[in-house]
Design a protein around this ligand. Structure first.
Ligand code: PBG
Length: 325
């Protein structure tokens, strides 16, 4: 005997068209920001062992890849640099002829409409691999700020649309905003890595970017994953200092933080699906343990459902292809 159930959610799951009509969360390639690792040189495209499917690129090749992903509907890239020289203060990060600065110009020349974002941090440019200057073996917050601001300014001068500080020093958004404004870059926006947990999921990136700390770890500046409420404090501080877009990372392990932020604030919200999240998916799919495409799209859908407007992901070109009608 069939039951008389007034409400049967399964009624609306009967066919694919009906299911599609009722979907609230719809991924599009426009949600994605694609990370690129840029090295000095020309015509260089070298696979990154730690990140299957991603390459180290010289600025001209970065422009080629940018044009390709733009044609797939991905509107933005975020650039990371591997410099020729490193020193204790990361000075090469502000070199107008550095790989990131050259790549910004090359991408803007090839695809003027593409939004170019740059990661601003010292860890790729310091010989000790920490995100700030050292004093007596510790990262000196305030001494670091002018160096971050100088790097951000060099990116703005090269034509970056947004700069994205990832170092987690206190006060760095304000320091960057002040210098950009002083130098006439009122229109250059800031996407702050506001909530950045000290995560094991950055492992493959540090190999890709050559930015692992030479000693210790980043736990005196990146956040403790066991603290939830501090995330909202970090976001409020960055907004007060002038952040235009707030970012949360890693994405998958922080869906709760994304949801809480989205419920509390009407601000543009980004999430970074980091290297370790990508590597896990790739490895599991490679081993035949799961359907890589379905699993990847499920993670991206979950990140958007949790509240992200923008998703930084190494899957961007692949996912854009999968989403093609
Ligand atoms: C630089 C930076 C890192 C990531 C983004 N910017 C590494 C770190 O903080 O150690 C991680 C990105 C990823 O894992 O994909 N500070």
């Amino acid at each position: 005997m069939p039951l008389t159930l007034p409400v049967r959610p399964r009624r609306l799951r009967r066919g694919p068209t009906l299911r599609k009509m009722l979907r609230e969360t719809v991924l599009t390639p426009e949600d994605f920001i694609y990370p690129l690792f840029v090295r000095p040189g020309q015509g260089l495209r070298r696979p990154i062992a730690a990140l299957a499917g991603q390459d180290h690129l010289s600025p001209d090749e970065a422009a080629r890849t940018a044009a390709e992903v733009y044609a797939l509907g991905v509107p933005a890239v975020i650039l990371f640099g591997l410099p020729e020289v490193k020193d204790p203060v990361g000075a090469s990060g502000a070199d107008p002829e550095g790989p990131v600065q050259s790549a910004i110009r090359a991408i803007k020349a090839a695809v003027p409409e593409m939004v170019v974002i740059t990661d601003v941090c010292l860890c790729e440019y310091t010989d000790h691999g920490h995100c700030g200057l050292l004093r007596e073996g510790r990262v000196d917050n305030d001494a670091t700020l002018p160096h971050l601001a100088a790097q951000a300014l060099s990116h703005a001068r090269a034509g970056a649309d947004l700069v994205a500080p990832s170092d987690m020093m206190d006060g760095r958004v304000g320091a960057i905003r002040d210098l950009l404004d002083q130098e006439g870059f009122q229109e250059t926006a800031i996407m702050a890595y506001s909530v950045k947990y000290a995560s094991a999921f950055y492992g493959p990136f540090r190999e890709a970017a050559g930015s692992a700390p030479a000693f210790g770890d980043r736990r005196s500046y990146q956040m403790d994953p066991a603290r939830r409420r501090e995330a909202q404090l970090e976001i409020d501080l960055d907004l007060a200092e002038g952040a235009d877009i707030v970012m949360i990372k890693p994405a998958g392990p922080c869906l709760d933080i994304l949801r809480e932020t989205r419920d509390r604030l009407d601000i543009p919200l980004a999430a970074y699906q980091v290297s370790g999240e990508y590597a896990m998916l790739m490895a599991a799919a490679q081993a035949g343990l799961l359907d890589g495409q379905a699993a990847a799209l499920e993670t991206l859908t979950a990140i958007k459902r949790a509240g992200a407007d923008l998703i930084i992901t190494y899957l961007a070109p692949q996912a854009a292809r999968w989403l093609r009608p």
